[in-house]
Design a protein around this ligand. Sequence first.
Ligand code: PLP
Length: 397
Amino acid sequence: MNFNEIKQLEDTYQLATYKKMDVAVERGEGSWVWTSEGEKYLDLYGGHAVCATGHAHPHVVKAIQDQAEKVLFYSNLVYSDLRARAAEKLISVAPADLTKAFFCNSGTEANENAMRMTRMATGREKIISFSGSFHGRTADSISATFLGKYRDIGKPNVPGHVMAEFGSLESVKAVADHETAAIILEPIQSMAGVREAEPRFFSELRMLSDDLGIMLIFDEVQTGIGRTGNWFFAGSDLADGVVPDIVSLAKSLGSGIPVGACLVNEKVSFHIKENDLGTTFGGGMLAMAATLATLEAVENDKMIENARRVESYLRDSLAGVPGIVAIHGKGCLLGIEFAEKWDQIHSRLLENKIITGTSSNPNVLRLLPPLNVAAEQIELLSQNLIMGSSAVYSGVA
Ligand SMILES: Cc1ncc(COP(=O)(O)O)c(C=O)c1O
């Protein structure tokens, strides 16, 4: 099928819930994808912030292929060597306080379970989240989401959710009390336009939470698995060393096979018993093969170090470029803030065969490339931005 045929068929049979780019992706390798028309695109959005190991990383592909030939799925009702090893590996790269994993299938599900666990552990109901936040589209997660266009479609929202100002301890103090179960936050607010807080904010939050018996949840659906140049934002210098009670994960964790997870400390795991949580597909063998192989690939290929290089390369190459106001973010979670709105820039880059991500800030384009993206690939973007609309795409079809 050519592109027009694919588009017509898909638009006929799929609900139009996403504004799609006019490309049909057929195959990918590293940071490149090829379309139905045989055209090659540079994917600096990493398949929607998912393909941290790049498209079709050979180690991940082989692990999935090998597992598919053995057994695709059995649930948590049985043991599995792959689930055991994936959980062990994930816990081994996490901050030391986080000692157990719960596997599910998506980011929103991870956050739902994270919030539920804090309610179980504290016996309280109230959840504090932040201006600018996005935590997913199921009932509790959408109720913890600030961005109105999402939160409103989740009406009626789950009771007990209140909001504070991201980065402002005073605003948290104004709503935090002994009725509060948890404070949930994206440590870097991606969808909001890659908004950051001072490291001190995290240690202040930790102290306040400890004083009031509140649990802290880091939604690391985007920042986790090496993206910020650290395995996790939790425990890193970016968080002033703070480790929350729960980290929620998804996106990069399975390199494209749907996997979500909550990593919890003993204060949480102590309260969780049989039947408290569950999901049929969580921890299935194929997902666990992808998870283990993803973690191994990130480690073996030194992708975390590369994510740090990518950030400094982009910052250097775009320093002083007219029209660029600021670069936000860390590692391979970056927001380029323009003086003008991004809609024209996003379209122009797409015409030049570079895929970037939009955000809810009309001036900030997001980059979430594979963690193994090469400096020369980042250079293609920089050249395009420096040369504006006259830029010539130098990728090879
Ligand atoms: C920070 C954050 N949390 C949660 C989610 C929800 O994840 P999912 O779409 O897998 O449910 C997203 C998705 O973009 C996200 O960026």
